[in-house]
Ligand binder design. Structure first.
Ligand code: GKR
Ligand code: MG
Length: 448
């Protein structure tokens, strides 16, 4: 039989509905966006991948098509390498942008997001030919089949105060379905979210997205969560907006309540984010997680030297699938523990994370996922199923475990086109709450 070659690579920008989730950068818009890549080989095998949305990534992915189509499947690593080299040259010639950028804007610029968009469908097709899960092709192979996820809790704004087309009343099947589009601005509302999410998905771990209210207010919600779920592992992530002084004041007596803290503080004056986080870690003894200051190998080297980060959140979208498992292996050998960062996503990204985590050796922190806010909008033929807070990657499964539903994919693309979607802009929704609101990396969104 002839060696399979990649005949077609399609890049499809898509959108899905979101709640008015609040964070340091403002309020999520009614639609989140992603780029889906579909590859088809000469034997009719189909592979998929999903990466962050926005036109820059769409265009970069499209520029990879000539380097992918016509290549032999067995050469997939060389294909990925060729795309990476071409993209790095492309980026080097683009002029640097100025101005204050949100953390996610910086992350979305990474070339690795695009490389992952090429790598993942190739791995998916390869795994389908070999009749193994993608996890079996990563690192030293599959090490677990149950992958633990956390309940990612958010303060939610009141969509009624806007004239934006936020989705609502879309799921009456249980309490989580009923409350996830509704305002949640108090510790009680956050605990209620946690209860409803646990009821539906079985989570044992909780993360609260901070950077919305004053730190001491947000820690009231954390204490309330711990009181309600004494056994739970709990984390807060204000995206680096507290000063070191404030972080120390807030977190010094949080041992036993917070299991780890994600990006409490960042660069200050003459000191880098890694130096400041190292001070925080030394002075509090608390484990530190990040998706902001340890996002590539060079940053990782500096973070390890300083002992700034104990939990690198190695999102496959900005580390690649292979790369994030390599981070997990390093964590395992170097007394760190691995975790995964997320952004709004469909089920393809969820399967990518589950497969990477299934190949991550040693202790793994519950993976972040925004999927609970998107649940019901899957692009595969079947919906992902959480049990006891976990997804299963069956050892006898094939590929990512996603069979793409072309009708759903087309509808998600239409949603993107019809609503003129593009790159994420959290400032817009926020301006309904606070006229003229602009992003400030050092001030929580609601504090102006
Ligand atoms: O979805 O608002 C959000 C998050 O703030 C996201 O943009 C972050 O990248 O979840 C992420 C994080 O852990 O910082
Ligand atoms: Mg984070």
């Amino acid at each position: 039989m002839a060696v399979p070659t990649i005949e077609k690579m399609e890049v499809i920008p898509v959108a899905g509905y979101d709640s008015m989730l609040l964070n340091l950068a403002g309020a999520h818009e009614p639609f989140f966006t992603r780029n889906v890549v579909v590859m088809t080989d000469s034997q009719g095998y189909v592979g998929v991948g999903e990466v962050p949305g926005g036109e820059v990534i769409t265009k970069r992915l499209e520029s990879c098509i000539p380097l992918v189509e016509g290549t032999a499947l067995g050469q997939y690593k060389n294909t990925v390498l060729a795309c990476k080299e071409m993209l790095e040259k492309q980026v080097a010639t683009q002029s640097a942008q100025s101005g204050v950028e949100t953390a996610h804007a910086q992350i979305f610029k990474k070339v690795t997001n695009v490389v992952t968009g090429v790598e993942t469908p190739l791995l998916d097709i390869m795994a389908k030919h070999l009749e193994v899960p993608v996890a079996a092709l990563l690192g030293d192979g599959q090490v677990r089949d149950k992958v633990r996820f956390l309940a990612y809790l958010f303060y939610v704004g009141d969509w009624r105060k806007t004239d934006l087309p936020y989705i609502h009343d879309d799921d009456d099947s249980d309490e989580w379905g009923r409350i996830r589009r509704e305002p949640a601005l108090t510790p009680e509302a956050i605990v209620h979210q946690a209860e409803a999410a646990q009821e539906r998905y079985g989570f044992h771990d909780f993360k609260l997205k901070g950077g919305v209210f004053e730190g001491k207010e947000e820690l009231k919600a954390i204490r309330a969560l711990k009181e309600r779920f004494p056994e739970a592992r709990i984390n807060i992530d204000p995206n680096g907006c507290w000063s070191l002084k404030e972080s120390l004041e807030l977190c010094r007596d949080m041992t036993g309540i917070l299991t780890y803290v994600e990006d409490p503080c960042g660069a200050e004056g003459r000191f880098s984010g890694r130096e400041i986080m190292a001070e925080f870690h030394r002075q509090t003894g608390l484990a530190t997680a990040t998706n902001m200051i340890d996002t590539d190998w060079r940053e990782m080297k500096a973070a390890i030297r300083l002992d700034a980060v104990t939990i690198p959140l190695a999102d496959p979208h900005f580390w690649t699938m292979e790369g994030c498992v390599r981070v997990a292996q390093l964590c395992h050998d170097m007394d760190l523990t691995w975790g995964v960062h997320s952004n709004n996503h469909f089920d393809i990204s969820l399967a990518m994370v589950a497969n990477a985590a299934a190949a991550a050796p040693g202790f793994v922190n519950a993976c972040d996922t925004h999927y609970i806010w998107q649940d019901g909008q899957h692009l595969g033929k079947t919906a992902p199923h959480f049990e006891d807070g976990c997804l299963t990657v069956p050892r006898d499964g094939v590929g990512l475990g996603i069979e793409i539903d072309r009708t759903k994919l087309e509808a998600a693309h239409k949603l993107y086109v019809d609503n003129g979607c593009g790159t994420r802009d959290d400032a817009k929704g926020m301006q309904y709450y606070i006229p003229g609101w602009t992003y400030d990396p050092h001030r929580p969104a609601m504090v102006r």
